[in-house]
Design a protein around this ligand. Structure first.
Ligand SMILES: N[C@@H](CCC(=O)NCCCC(=O)O)C(=O)O
Length: 255
């Protein structure tokens, strides 16, 4: 009898440790067009380098489909892209300097973020993904930094490779981002002309550029819900480990 109970304990322990070693499946919102569903390999390779298994999610706003997707993924990365429709999502008339919008992608991204966060999944929003995260929970955006934000001077739309940082951000020491990166400031890449204006309820600003533009946000509380205005995948996918801890924090939170 003793031998059998010892064997069953060893078996249970083996099963638990095997489960704990399983790589988490990380959903990646597709950079959708009307005719394709794909995501840049920079996101895919960064997730792999951080120990996750990437899974591209085709654009849909069908809640039944999204519910099934959320049953199979353990975490989520929201990718970059077009401007977000200001009239639909934060009740502002479009300013002349607003860029191209993608209404179906807005619906997809914002519905997916809301459902993932409400399900308790870890979510990392990148650039548009950070902006959609803020809007999904009631925040607003500057539609065009240069024409709407007095006193800004940093170039937020760099003409340099995505693996090359061009401006500094200052990180709040009381933030998840600081705990993850372990530094008060860091040089980031920058490919945007919009930014968080009013922070969503239940979120906080965790980093700003030297001209005050918001560069990172996070949900208050323990759930990993982090948005960054820069593109950490541009560095990580090229072997620069500066932001690998951010993807690792996502995959760890997804286990
Ligand atoms: N349109 C928004 C967000 C910009 C953004 O996501 N840039 C990334 C483009 C490259 C990619 O698709 O990853 C803004 O301009 O602020």
């Amino acid at each position: 009898m003793k031998r059998r109970s010892l064997l069953s304990i060893v078996l249970i322990f083996t099963l638990i440790s095997a489960y704990a070693q399983k790589k988490p499946i990380i959903g990646v919102s597709s950079v959708a067009t009307e005719s394709s569903a794909s995501a840049p390999l920079t996101y895919i390779n960064s997730i792999k380098r951080a120990g996750g298994v990437p899974l591209v999610i085709p654009m849909t706003s069908d809640k039944e489909e999204l519910t099934r997707v959320l049953e199979v993924i353990d975490g989520l990365v929201m990718t970059g892209g077009e401007d977000i429709d200001p009239l639909k999502w934060f009740n502002e008339e479009p300013v002349r300097a607003m860029g191209g919008i993608a209404p179906k992608r807005d619906e997809f991204d914002i519905t997916l973020i809301r459902m993932a966060v409400e399900k308790g999944l870890p979510v990392l929003g990148i650039c548009r993904g950070e902006q959609a995260m803020n809007v999904a929970f009631g925040g607003t955006l500057y539609q065009d930094i240069p024409s709407q934000v007095e006193g800004t001077f940093v170039k937020h739309s760099q003409n340099a490779p995505s693996s090359y940082g061009t401006h500094t951000i200052d990180i709040d020491k009381n933030s998840k981002l600081y705990k993850i990166l372990g530094r008060e400031s860091v040089v980031v890449n920058s490919f945007h002309h919009q930014a968080v204006k009013d922070i969503a309820k239940g979120f906080k600003i965790s980093a700003r550029a030297k001209d005050g533009v918001v560069e990172a946000i996070e949900k208050e509380g323990d759930q990993f819900v982090v948005g960054v205005q820069f593109h950490p995948e541009g560095f990580v996918s090229k072997g620069d480990d500066t932001f690998l801890p951010l993807f690792r924090a996502l995959t760890e939170a997804s286990k």
